[in-house]
Design a protein around this ligand. Sequence first.
Ligand SMILES: [Mg+2]
Length: 339
Amino acid sequence: MKDKIKGCLIGSAIGDGFGYPTEFMNVEEIKLKWGNNGLTEPIGDIIKVTDDTQMAIAVSKAIMKSYKEENLIRDNFEKELINEFILWLNDDENNRAPGMTCLKSCENLEKGLKWEEATAKDSKGCGANMRVTPLGILKFKNKNITDTQIAKWSQFQSVITHAHPTALVASELTAIAIIKIIEGIEPTELIDVLIEYSHSQKNVYHDDFLKNIWERAGIYNEVDFINRGWEQCIEILKRVKKAAKLNDKETDPCEYTGEGWIAEESLATGLLCFLLYPNDSVKALIRAVNTKGDSDSIACITGALVGARNGLSSFPSDWVQRIEYQDELNDYISFVLNE
Ligand SMILES: [Mg+2]
């Protein structure tokens, strides 16, 4: 279990850093630069990560500061998330092609706007689910933490910057997928379980966290709002299931489940890369990196999923040693493992 928890968080950072160089390149350009096999290992003495990992670290710090007596205190979590996001906004190292939505929402927060006004109401960019991994592994800190709590907190860390219902739901589903995999689900059953889970949550609106964020033109009520997110995610999960059955390792996975710039596609294409190589973390990452889409975020999610299944020991040890932000990542792992 410990190795899986470590593998999940470190794996997400490795995927992010591995995919950083190919983010804005299509497969042809990647092959031209690195040869016919594409990019097959992370570049650099230090594997530099992107905003995906930087923001995951921000989420992890907010969790550690607001966790008391086996629970995240809602108002503390809100305050600390906002603090950490503003710190990230102003960090000198925040120069790794950060997403526009995150920048804009965090700038609004820095001006003192409440998150309900600062957030991007219609954005479902992948910026919220690429950073949710710390909440997936938090489930294993103590046995009293429920999936429902993780679901609420995952949506909440999203809504601060991305308030589109699909962004909220994709964040939750990413965290739930991580939990199921660490708990040992068979990969062949994962998508059906996620679809079933999605149906069970279609009428659940976490108003204690999301407040009135559902209110906008054309939406009738809370349930109508969140339903739209679940519908879009169910739709794409079905596409993942179909694509995984083809077991096509040659075609760019983005052709089947999208380029990953938006929330449900980054989860879907990350899931597809995981399902193509569920027992081989390195091959799954190579598949994720050599894609035309948002390669760092796709590989970040793929890395979390294969790491959750195969553990930290499934990645080459020199990759693990070269990853940036070791101390921050290991601090949070120690917190989750109560070490
Ligand atoms: Mg990125």
